[in-house]
Design a protein around this ligand. Structure first.
Ligand SMILES: Cc1ncc(COP(=O)(O)O)c(C=O)c1O
Length: 463
């Protein structure tokens, strides 16, 4: 074992002990839940939090979470974007109360006024004028893919290696060494090998995009404007222009999944970078944490959908769901978009993220640690290399499980949460400068412990 691996393992072991000593009630609840929940958690990935079991939440407000053992955390994970508006923003809570208690009716199978307001607002932000709703971004993507195949009559979709768009079958394809597409490692029970439905290349590789679209068999490209689920991989200059041009030349539709890249501004990267996707998909944050998904289409795509005479655009046709577009989620979305995730709020979140990034830079420079951090508006992601990667494959190669686990647990034991399974931090309108500075302080301790300047943590763990 190298010196650095041994040091990381020692920090990890010490932090696991601290975690166990400080979280007896969470441990107890986790053990009890093993009798009734798969893996002891309501959703299996929650079991993968560092420390051996997840912290059980007691309450959450703004950018702060309190656990059942009485510890408070500055929350930079924010539900991996689902809580980007902050936890329980008052305007969203008021709208939910109005809908559920005063007006009544969470799910009606009838439209409410809020739906058209939200459609119009999303259209104003993203430039695609016509919207439809889902319950998750996964569903928005799945339905977008189906519509694109139906409209074009083409069989394939194109995605970028190491993308993530939710549990969308067609997206679980990666390029393995030698650039051969393969079903993603761990893909659970795929109905068909996704290499039969999907073409894949690296993000930022325009030559490959051109090659894979050339035979005009690809219905659509599904991509985030910047990859955000394998670290942050930013587009190189000219990539989006080239992608749009290749799609136009070959009659391929372009879907921008803005679920995470909403962090770039009120209209995501689409508005911030002047992109022109045919469809935009989104979810997570736009209803303040109430489940929602949405897809918006250009006027031209709207006409093409309207002309699909044989397509049954309801759930039995593969697009839609009983709870989709429910009154509660749209009331929450109207309040969240109208009063919480406003242009002014984004300005504040950008400034906080700049402060966060500056703090990380200072720490890395002070300890001469060759890591970097990639900002994208209100979010930033630490990268364990001096230069951020330019492809998903390069980003995946930088993954360092032991280092990541030790870092996350070190931060958690000192009251700072970052997104599990990555090194992402997201600012909400409720995040404060003091929250950011607490991260900088604790991060400095983590770097000193993990990257070598000193074996002892500079920041004391909680008593
Ligand atoms: C870019 C992107 N699209 C879609 C999704 C799926 O969202 P949901 O889990 O709400 O279905 C995610 C989830 O992380 C995502 O990162």
């Amino acid at each position: 074992m190298s010196d650095s691996s041994a040091r990381i393992a020692a920090v990890h072991a010490a932090e696991v002990e601290r975690f166990a000593a400080a979280h007896p009630r969470s441990r107890e609840l986790f053990e009890c839940a093993r009798g009734s929940l798969v893996s002891g958690v309501p959703m299996t990935w929650m079991a993968k939090w560092v420390g051996g079991h997840p912290v059980y939440a007691a309450s959450a407000r703004g950018a702060c979470v309190e656990d059942v053992d009485g510890h408070r955390y500055v929350d930079f994970a924010l539900g991996d974007t689902g809580a980007m508006a902050g936890h329980s923003p008052p305007a969203t809570v008021a709208a939910i109360e109005r809908r559920l208690r005063d007006d009544g009716g969470a799910t009606l199978m009838l439209p409410t006024e809020d739906a058209a307001w939200v459609g119009e607002e999303l259209g104003r932000r993203f430039g695609t004028p016509l919207w439809s709703f889902a319950l998750t971004a996964t569903d928005a993507n799945r339905w977008g893919l189906r519509l694109c195949r139906e409209m074009t009559g083409r069989p394939f979709v194109l995605v970028f290696s190491h993308c993530y768009h939710g549990s969308v079958d067609e997206s679980f394809v990666t390029l393995e060494a030698g650039a051969r597409p393969r079903s993603r490692a761990g893909n659970v029970g795929p109905a068909v090998d996704p290499t039969t439905t999907t073409r894949v290349c690296e993000f930022n590789d325009l030559d490959a995009v051109e090659r894979l679209l050339a035979d005009e068999q690809v219905a659509c490209v599904l991509t985030e404007p910047a990859l955000t689920n394998i670290g942050i991989v930013l587009p190189e200059p000219g990539f989006h222009e080239g992608l749009r041009a290749a799609c136009d030349r070959t009659g391929t539709l372009l879907i921008a999944d803005e679920t995470h890249t909403l962090s770039a501004g009120p209209g995501g990267c689409t508005a911030a970078w002047g992109l022109r996707p045919d469809l935009v998909t989104i979810g997570k944050a736009i209803a303040g944490g109430v489940p929602i998904g949405a897809y918006g289409v250009s006027a031209e795509v709207g006409e093409r959908i309207a002309a699909l005479d044989d397509a049954d655009l309801v759930d039995v046709g593969g697009v839609g769901g009983t709870l989709a577009g429910n009154a509660l989620s749209l009331a929450a979305a109207r309040a969240t978009l109208g009063e919480v995730l406003t242009a002014e709020a984004f300005e504040l979140m950008f400034a906080l993220c700049e402060r966060f990034v500056a703090g990380v830079h200072e720490v890395l420079a002070a300890d001469d640690v060759p890591w970097s951090i990639v900002p994208l508006g209100a979010r930033a992601e630490l990268c364990f290399a001096p230069e951020p990667p330019r492809t998903g494959g390069a980003a995946a190669a930088l993954h360092d499980g032991p280092l990541e686990d030790a870092l996350h647990l070190f931060l958690l034991n000192r009251g700072v949460l970052i997104t599990p399974f990555h090194n992402m931090a997201l600012m909400s309108p409720a995040t404060t400068e003091a929250d950011v500075d607490r991260h900088t302080e604790v991060f400095a301790g983590a770097v000193a412990a993990l990257a070598g300047a000193g074996a002892d943590a500079a920041v004391a763990p909680r008593a």
